[in-house]
Each structure stands twice: as structure tokens, then as C-alpha cells.
Design a protein around this ligand. Structure first.
Ligand SMILES: NC(=O)c1ccc[n+]([C@@H]2O[C@H](COP(=O)([O-])OP(=O)(O)OC[C@H]3O[C@@H](n4cnc5c(N)ncnc54)[C@H](OP(=O)(O)O)[C@@H]3O)[C@@H](O)[C@H]2O)c1
Length: 330
């Protein structure tokens, strides 16, 4: 293995195009309980935008490499790991040792085995978004077949995954997106009904489709006004899943409204499960591999970029131009 490698690194906070540099750095060596992965594909996520701006919940010291999910092959193992060199895997990367590098050192506990049925491209596109969706819909919201699921940001990363997982769970899925092209993407993903935010009010559509009852489960990665308005069309005993705040504003909940309408606001922080309940992530991985093998889920990959184009992918997310997932391939 060569002594140096290339890695995208932020030397200051800001927008990807301004702050990321392709640096030559030392090839990482695994410590105890760690492995080094030769990256074949790295998925990009909105949190990469927030990380670079210094607005994410984790703030790695500068310089750092962004990128939170990778798929590839193990090339070196530290002591105390059960993984072996050559094994195909998908893994969570943790900046400063992020995924936008040729090789990445990760904790073995953050690595999942990859079956032959799944390519590195697909695995990197699925890891965070489908894990989050499965955790949220099944474990946190207990979504049942026949229930109505409202997915916001349906053409984005976590939203597109939630549409497919909702359909696979037998729910009736209503998806929102901004613009006709993005709404059409939601329909192709399997949504029963799509709402183009530029043409219709999702509150009215949900009320009409459910004869006034409302949506049983709301999947909200947008926050702000979208969350506020979702409270107006959530069903009796409904669950609003708080996934993220891509819209920028973190909304507040009047608890009297939660009481009077008898619904739940349910927080979802997938990353925490890796530390607090570590068995949950591998369990979900097995379900997702099965669903993929059965053809029930397959990620929408809106852009496949070269390693050199990685900053452009983060810019697309920042400018709301990404459709489904953006994946960097080597
Ligand atoms: N809770 C968890 O464990 C977890 C895990 C992963 C991600 N997240 C969070 O989920 C959110 C979405 O992440 P993602 O990777 O799916 O992002 P994404 O691909 O960019 O999708 C976000 C979607 O939100 C919509 N949106 C509405 N207002 C927006 C705005 N002002 N800026 C950007 N998008 C806006 C966009 O859809 P339209 O343009 O069609 O409206 C966009 O497709 C982020 O806040 C992220 O931190 C949370």
C-alpha cells in the first residue's frame, strides 16, 4: 500500500467549492478495533453541507475530511476485529476521518458486511438514508400496513428512501416535493400521491384524501413551516417523525396542541443507535439487504460523480438541486 493517498479536506469552514482542497496525506493505519477501507463509493448527505459550514451537531477540528458513508474493501485490520482483508463492506465514516478519501480508517463496530447481491454504489447510496428510514418508520413510528404516510422532501436523500420503505411496508404514501420534475421522481419511487409544493397545499390534499382524518405518520426532514403545517394534517394517534431541518428553521411544538389532537412528536437520531443500542443497526441492515434482494427497494441515484467532482456534489445538496442520492465513485 502506498504511503500517501488523496483526501478532500476542509481547512476552514464555508461552502464546499471554497473550502475543500484535494490534499496528499499519509495513508491511515488501523489502531486496535479499527480497519482501513479502500473506498469504491462514498455517499453524500445534507449533513456534509452542515459539517462544512460548522452547523452540524458534530464539529470536527480543522482540517477535516467530510463524507459519512462509504463502501469498498477492507485493506488493513487492527487487533481485535473479526473483519479480514479483502472483505466487501459498507461503513459509517466519522469526520475528521471522513469518507471523501481514497482510504478511510473506521471503527470495526461501524462496519457492515456487504453481500454479493449489492454493489458498492448501491450500498453507499443506501446506508444512512435507508437505515434512518427503516428505524424511523418501523421502530419509532410502528407504521402499519394500510396507514397513510406523508413524506416531505420526497425527492431528496432521506425522503426518497422513506417513500420506498413506506410502500414496502404496505402504507399509502403521499409525498411532497418542490417542482413538477421532483414530484414526478416521487411518483416513480412508488408514491401513491404526490404534491408539488409550487402547485398545491399538502395540508388540503392530505385532508381530502383521508376524508379529514389526516396522515397517520409524517416523515419530516425539512422542519420549519413544513413541520408547523404538518401538525394541521396529522391524524388522531398520528406520529410526526422529526428527521431533520433541511429548510433551516428548527420548529417548536406547542404541547397543548399535541395533547388536544392526541398525536406524538417522535425524535429520530440514527447515529446515536450505533453507540447506545448497537445491535439495532446490523438488524436493520439485514432487513434492508433482504428488501433490496426482493426488489422492493433500490435507491434513486440522481448523480454519480468522480472523486475529483466531490465538492460539486456537496454544492448540489446545498443548492437544493440533488435528486435522490449523490454518490462519488472511484
Ligand atoms: N435524524 C437522522 O438520523 C438523520 C439522518 C440523515 C439525515 N438527516 C437530516 O435529514 C435532512 C435531509 O437530509 P438529506 O441528506 O436527505 O438532504 P437532501 O437530499 O438535500 O433532501 C432534503 C430535501 O428537503 C427539501 N427542502 C426543503 N427546503 C429546503 C431547503 N431550504 N434547503 C434544502 N432542502 C430543502 C428538498 O426537497 P424539495 O426541494 O423538493 O422541497 C430536499 O430534497 C437533513 O436535515 C439531515 O441532517 C437526519
Amino acid at each position: 500500500m502506498s504511503a500517501t493517498m488523496r483526501a478532500w479536506r476542509a481547512h476552514e469552514l464555508g461552502e464546499a467549492a471554497d473550502v475543500l482542497h484535494l490534499d496528499d496525506v499519509d495513508t491511515p493505519k488501523p489502531g486496535p478495533g479499527e480497519v482501513v477501507i479502500e473506498v469504491e463509493a462514498a455517499g453524500l448527505n445534507f449533513p456534509d453541507v452542515l459539517l462544512l459550514r460548522g452547523q452540524y451537531q458534530e464539529r470536527p477540528a480543522l482540517p477535516f475530511t467530510p463524507g459519512l458513508e462509504i463502501a469498498g474493501r477492507v485493506v488493513a485490520t487492527g487487533t481485535g476485529t473479526r473483519l479480514s482483508a479483502g472483505q466487501r463492506v459498507v461503513a459509517v465514516a466519522s469526520p475528521p476521518r471522513g469518507g471523501l478519501a481514497e482510504r478511510v480508517c473506521v471503527a470495526a463496530a461501524d462496519v457492515l458486511p456487504l453481500p454479493d447481491s449489492m454493489s458498492s454504489l448501491t450500498a453507499a447510496a443506501m446506508l444512512i438514508t435507508y437505515q434512518t428510514g427503516y428505524l424511523a418508520l418501523h421502530r419509532r413510528a410502528q407504521l402499519r400496513p394500510g396507514e397513510t404516510l406523508l413524506v416531505h422532501g420526497g425527492a431528496g436523500g432521506v425522503g426518497s428512501a422513506a417513500i420506498q420503505l413506506g410502500c414496502a411496508a404496505g402504507a399509502r404514501v403521499i409525498a411532497t416535493a418542490t417542482g413538477a420534475e421532483r414530484a414526478a421522481a416521487c411518483r416513480r419511487l412508488g408514491a401513491d400521491v404526490t404534491v408539488d409544493n409550487t402547485a398545491a397545499d399538502f395540508v388540503e390534499v392530505v385532508k381530502e384524501l383521508t376524508r379529514g382524518r389526516g396522515a397517520d405518520v409524517v416523515y419530516d426532514p425539512v422542519g420549519g413551516d413544513v413541520f408547523d403545517r404538518s401538525r394541521r394534517c396529522v391524524a388522531f394517534e398520528g406520529r410526526i417523525l422529526v428527521i431533520g431541518f433541511a429548510g433551516g428553521r428548527i420548529p417548536e411544538v406547542p404541547t397543548n396542541h399535541v395533547l388536544v389532537k392526541n398525536y406524538a412528536v417522535v425524535g429520530v437520531h440514527w447515529g446515536l443507535y450505533r453507540r447506545v443500542l448497537p445491535h439495532v443497526v446490523p438488524d436493520i441492515h439485514e432487513h434492508l439487504v433482504d428488501l433490496h434482494r426482493e426488489g422492493l427497494i433500490d435507491p434513486l441515484i440522481g448523480a454519480e460523480l468522480t472523486f475529483e467532482q466531490a465538492p460539486q456534489g456537496i454544492t448540489m445538496l446545498a443548492e437544493r438541486r440533488a435528486m435522490g442520492k449523490i454518490v462519488v465513485v472511484r
